[in-house]
Design a protein around this ligand. Structure first.
Ligand code: NCD
Length: 321
């Protein structure tokens, strides 16, 4: 059954780019997940983006996100070019907006941008003529990560609505947590934020999530446990006494996981720090851990986003302007 808004002939995805989950309606999120489903296992074929230029401009390090955006673009037939931080003129003092204008002058058909400053990707998007996809900006948003997480949960659990999801660790510095709060609450999950008091943002309840500083209580009855890395590169002081101490109180161990539901799904966006936020044996548990599946879903989700966001400029028949 299509959502009433869609049944009434509304645009299935009216947004020009993908800067964040904020501002997306639940049925728009579901639309992208359904589109991504078609690319899982590459069951859909064709090169809809043939002849289009995709620039991946990453001003912050990345393994999974950069690679999967590159693979996604190539599988769709786009000409993909990567601009890396080490080789960019940002190191030579060029301003963000000058970089944006330079990228725009190459006439790309879509831009995928990762930047260390919250809000930077939205700023660039306002200055260029093509769709911009946010691959992570500071501690603000990482929308494709939330979409791939939602797709992984939906495939493993058959639904998202009504599930209890505990997102644990360095919530304060995490764009992954922020985008996931928005996406999972929009899709009807009961979301918990579990972190030491120093890593729990003030007014977190505004996201519609409940806050826990006791890991065992936060995990109680959880259907999904999503672990986050301590993002030390964003820390400007000591937020935790030591990695060892942190693991003792907030690391995901077998004993802790026993508080969650018997069929709990363990997730992690990567990169994982074994022995800091997660016990290596749990990360490797093929039954409970969905970590590699998340990576696989990442390619499908990014294919769907690139495809959907370039439909207008490709004049895809039946796609509203
Ligand atoms: C995350 C990121 O960069 O925000 N990684 C990712 O995209 N898979 C999380 C992290 O760096 O800890």
């Amino acid at each position: 059954m299509p959502h009433p808004a869609l049944a009434a002939g509304a645009h299935p995805f009216p947004h020009v780019g993908l800067i964040g989950i904020a501002g997306m309606a639940p049925w728009e999120i579901e639309f992208l997940l359904d589109e991504a489903e078609a690319w899982v296992g590459r069951t859909a074929t064709g090169h809809p983006l043939a002849g289009l230029t995709q620039i991946n401009a990453f001003f912050e390090n990345s393994t999974r996100t950069l690679l999967s955006f590159e693979i996604a673009g190539k599988r769709l037939g786009a000409d993909v070019v990567n601009l890396g931080i080490a080789t960019s003129s940002l190191k030579k003092g060029e301003t963000l907006l000058d970089t944006a204008l330079t990228l725009n002058a190459m006439r790309p058909d879509c831009l995928v941008i990762r930047h260390g400053a919250s809000g930077a990707v939205g700023l660039i998007a306002a200055k260029v003529d093509c769709p911009v996809l946010n691959a992570g900006d500071g501690r603000h948003e990482h929308p494709t990560q939330a979409l791939l997480d939602a797709l992984t949960i939906r495939r493993r659990k058959g639904r998202i609505e009504g599930l209890r999801v505990a997102i644990c660790g360095d919530i304060l510095h995490s764009r992954v947590a922020r985008s996931n709060f928005l996406a999972l609450t929009a899709l009807g999950a009961e979301v918990r934020a579990v972190a030491p008091p120093t890593l729990l943002p003030a007014a977190i309840e505004a996201f519609g999530v409940s806050a826990f500083t006791d890991m065992d209580k936060g995990l109680a009855g959880a259907d999904v446990v999503m672990m986050l890395r301590l993002q030390t590169e964003r820390m400007d002081g000591a937020y935790v006494p030591s990695a060892r101490e942190y693991f003792r109180f907030y690391g995901l161990t077998e004993a802790r996981l026993a508080h969650a539901a018997a069929d709990v799904l363990v997730m992690h966006p990567g990169p994982m720090n074994r022995g800091v936020e997660i016990d290596g044996a749990i990360a490797d548990d093929l039954v409970r851990s969905a970590v590699t599946e998340q990576v696989e879903m990442g390619v499908a989700v990014r294919m769907a986003c690139l495809d959907v966001l370039t439909r207008k400029r490709r004049n895809v028949p039946g796609w509203p302007a």
